[in-house]
Design a protein around this ligand. Structure first.
Ligand SMILES: Cc1cc2nc3c(=O)[nH]c(=O)nc-3n(C[C@H](O)[C@H](O)[C@H](O)COP(=O)(O)OP(=O)(O)OC[C@H]3O[C@@H](n4cnc5c(N)ncnc54)[C@H](O)[C@@H]3O)c2cc1C
Ligand code: FES
Length: 509
């Protein structure tokens, strides 16, 4: 299984492309729009604005696609929050707008790929939602009817075509899509540069200071003055509390397994489970005989399973039960998604201020689509144009429709603070195996200790710099994960995922 020097997993996409390298920001700069984050949200926004003639400067803390876009499975499929649920919560007018935004997002991606000649194996294909159990069939019918009312092209079939196991009734969604996400980002980066935009990597935004007309981004190197800022960092680092009560961070797991070419149909497939299994096929050009079946699922809250390796085994078992022709496991990776409490992403003006600061977050398992919709909405807001979907995705809204989820997620977060009165994970440092980490109680203090493969100890403060929860070691990714709002750090304490805006402090041992 490919692993990098941090011993975190490597996705199929990371293993099968090279990413363009951009320099660090070396001078104080001015621009119309500063975009923060080079995932699909940031790069699509930067692309659209640069096409409109705006001066765009994009900064990225690490490299292009080093966040969740490099770890996705890249299906473009219907909302995780089913049309039935959207309609129940918000009404049919709302679900019509959701369906329209989803369809236009895939159209936009397809047209960018054509215009910019991006080679990213984009493919239109059918998606199928099937019910796991007979008692769930009613849900399939409800969803079918709600999707129809939303204007989506769907039909009910008694069996998913082309698969060898009995799926039972399913909904067929026509004209869904998939692609190679990192090759898409590569193409977007080149197009942004072609449009006169600037991209700087290895440049982390630390703070945003603003007055009515100009925003100043302080970074790990220089300062940027911009008329507008787009925070496309997957979860906003510039907002300490409000947005992090409206969404919750989950890990999701993926297995990529070899299957003989032609033995699995080119479809998107997902089930009615909660969380669900989802799958697609990728056909590497280098292998004439095999394809990679990519299956994801087994989600859990970030930082709330210290030894999640069993999740890969469960996915593999599921694959072997349903696709007995599957051969060797080639990839195993995990990543983070942000689940909005009412099921709708947060795309638009930052709720915390009246300045020109915009956020794209709350992606859920639909980040390819949501981030593209977010880029369209934010571009229109910055260009001072109206956008038909801006109000339904407005980050300012109260999450009254997901109130019970909201309450249970907040209760779960509060419970994590009780870690402060618990003891360490192990009695002494000697009990930590090589290549593992644990929280160690040292008198009145706690230390996050990682023992590397040579036996050398690395000590960090376990206090998450976001809002002070205690991080936990993730033995599958070799990262320190915060169970409260999803911040993650590598074994050196460096940020892998926000909302934390500063690293874990190094403690001498
Ligand atoms: C395993 C998995 C499977 C998924 N499957 C699907 C799927 O099938 N379909 C789908 O639609 N979605 C899916 N998703 C969700 C989707 O991948 C994400 O929602 C999407 O990639 C998020 O894109 P983004 O641009 O918001 O964030 P990211 O890709 O994470 O980009 C944010 C970038 O911001 C940078 N950054 C962060 N903080 C700073 C800072 N302070 N300064 C500068 N840069 C910063 C990060 O380094 C990162 O590169 C999946 C996610 C996972 C993990
Ligand atoms: S992510 Fe909020 S306290 Fe750690």
């Amino acid at each position: 299984m490919p692993n990098n020097i941090n011993n975190s997993s490597i996705s199929l996409w990371q293993a099968s492309t090279t990413i363009p390298i951009f320099p660090t920001l070396e001078n104080d700069s001015e621009t119309d729009v500063c975009v923060i984050g080079a995932g699909i949200a940031g790069l699509t926004t930067a692309y659209l604005l640069s096409k409109q003639g705006k001066k765009v400067l994009l900064i990225e803390a690490r490299n292009i696609g080093s966040g969740e876009t490099g770890r996705t499975t890249a299906h473009f499929f219907p909302p995780d929050e089913w049309y039935h649920s959207v309609e129940n919560s918000f009404g049919v007018d709302h679900s019509i707008l959701v369906a329209e935004s989803f369809s236009k997002a895939v159209d936009l991606v397809e047209s960018i790929i054509k215009t910019e000649h991006i080679e990213c194996s984009f493919k239109r294909l059918n998606g199928y939602l099937y019910s796991l159990f007979e008692k769930e069939n009613k849900k399939i019918d409800e969803e079918l009817n709600a999707a129809r009312r939303a204007g989506v092209t769907v039909q009910k079939l008694e069996q998913v075509p082309g698969v060898n196991f009995a799926t039972g009734p399913c909904i067929q969604y026509s004209n869904q899509a998939q692609f190679h996400p990192l090759n898409y980002l590569k193409g977007l980066s080149n197009a942004i540069i072609g449009n006169g935009g600037r991209i700087y990597c290895g440049t982390r935004a630390l703070t945003i200071d603003s007055d009515k007309s100009i925003q100043i981004v302080s970074t790990t190197s220089k300062k940027i003055r911009a008329k507008a800022i787009v925070v496309a960092t997957n979860t906003p680092f510039n907002d300490t509390v409000v947005m992090h009560t409206k969404q919750s961070a989950y890990m999701t797991y993926v297995v990529g397994i070899r299957v003989p070419r032609g033995s699995v149909p080119h479809i998107l497939l997902w089930d009615t489970g909660d969380p669900y299994y989802y799958l697609r096929l990728e056909s590497p050009e280098y292998d004439a005989d095999y394809e990679i079946l990519v299956v994801g699922g087994r989600d859990h809250k970030v930082g709330q399973d210290l030894h999640p390796e069993h999740r890969y085994e469960e996915i593999e078992q599921w694959i072997r039960e349903h696709f007995p022709m599957a051969e060797t496991v080639e990839y195993r990776w995990s990543g983070e998604i942000m689940e909005p409490a009412d099921g709708m992403a947060f795309l638009g003006r930052n709720p915390m201020d009246d300045n020109n600061i915009y956020i794209i977050t709350g992606d859920s398992g639909n980040g390819m689509t949501h981030c593209t919709i977010g880029a369209m909405i934010v571009t229109d807001l910055i260009m001072e144009r109206s956008n038909p979907w801006a109000s339904i995705y407005d980050p300012k809204r109260a999450v009254i429709h997901g109130i019970s989820d909201f309450i249970s997620e907040q209760a779960n977060t509060l419970m994590q603070y009780s870690d402060w009165v618990k003891g360490g994970d192990v009695d002494t440092i000697n009990d930590i195996p090589r290549g593992q980490g644990a929280i160690v109680q040292n008198g009145a203090h706690k230390i996050a200790v990682y023992k590397d493969f040579q036996g050398k100890l690395h000590g960090l403060s376990p206090t998450c710099p976001h809002l002070g929860c205690i991080v936990h070691f993730n033995s599958a990714e070799h990262s320190w994960d915060c169970p409260c709002h999803g911040s993650r750090f590598n074994i050196k304490g460096e940020i892998l995922h926000g909302p934390a805006a500063s690293p874990l402090k190094i403690l001498p041992l």
